[in-house]
Design a protein around this ligand. Sequence first.
Ligand SMILES: NC(=O)C1=CN([C@@H]2O[C@H](COP(=O)(O)OP(=O)(O)OC[C@H]3O[C@@H](n4cnc5c(N)ncnc54)[C@H](OP(=O)(O)O)[C@@H]3O)[C@@H](O)[C@H]2O)C=CC1
Ligand SMILES: O=C(O)C1=N[C@H](C(=O)O)C[C@H](O)C1
Length: 242
Amino acid sequence: MANIGVIGSKGAMGEALRRVIEASGHDYAGGADKGDDVASLADVSDVLVDFSAPAALQSNLHAAIGAGIPIVIGTTGLGSQHHQAIDEAARAVPILQTGNTSLGVTLLAHLVREAASRLGDDWDIEILEMHHRRKVDAPSGTALLLGEAAADARGIDLDDNSESGRDGQTGPRSTGAIGFAALRGGTVAGEHSVILAGEQERITLSHSAENREIFARGAVRAAEWLRGRELGRYTMEDVLGI
Ligand SMILES: NC(=O)C1=CN([C@@H]2O[C@H](COP(=O)(O)OP(=O)(O)OC[C@H]3O[C@@H](n4cnc5c(N)ncnc54)[C@H](OP(=O)(O)O)[C@@H]3O)[C@@H](O)[C@H]2O)C=CC1
Ligand SMILES: O=C(O)C1=N[C@H](C(=O)O)C[C@H](O)C1
């Protein structure tokens, strides 16, 4: 049993998290949103779960460090300066950061890694995602996570090899590029497909989220797993042991 504090508590994920925390026998320590004092929430929590906005990251990390408790970060749209801040904070408290807390996507990333490492770079990799109309960042955190898995398996840097937002006279596709396309509309919880396109054949690896509950369940499992861990930065693959 843990006291779990939720940052971004009034959002769609915050509400799903509260339901899952209470149903799973943990205690909901409280919530923090824009303008609230996260440090006070951290003081009454055993672990923090953050599904808010990139602008909140720094103060969330400070709050976790101040209280000496672990933090699960599910917020997406993070840039390199955010990842650097997480790396630094992970020297003071255990941190799990991921673009997708669902068990299905964690396994999908594993499969993508395997496929990308076995197929040469004459197999083009394209990542297609669709989300609800409220989503503010693109490509999704999940698409980037899947792209990182593919890039890592091929021993290349994603930033140097990604192609997104194609429009107009783009020229031909670069060999070895990892492409991204983002669709937005309606209430879609999250659709991701990784297409590996070779000569006259194609493999598609896909995941469909039917609701937000799957992310909330994964985040609570991550929070349970993170309590009592050594200092460091972890991923959902560590939670699943894959
Ligand atoms: N890793 C994963 O598995 C998943 C990640 N996500 C990510 O989680 C985040 C939240 O998603 P979702 O719940 O749909 O979004 P919502 O917009 O529904 O909720 C975001 C919440 O965070 C609050 N917030 C905004 N800025 C701050 C701040 N500076 N400090 C504290 N709270 C703040 C918002 O308050 P206000 O409305 O007042 O601005 C709102 O309550 C997004 O980045 C999304 O991509 C979502 C699903 C799964
Ligand atoms: O904003 C969302 O809703 C989601 N965000 C995450 C992402 O950016 O990949 C995870 C999930 O797909 C839902």
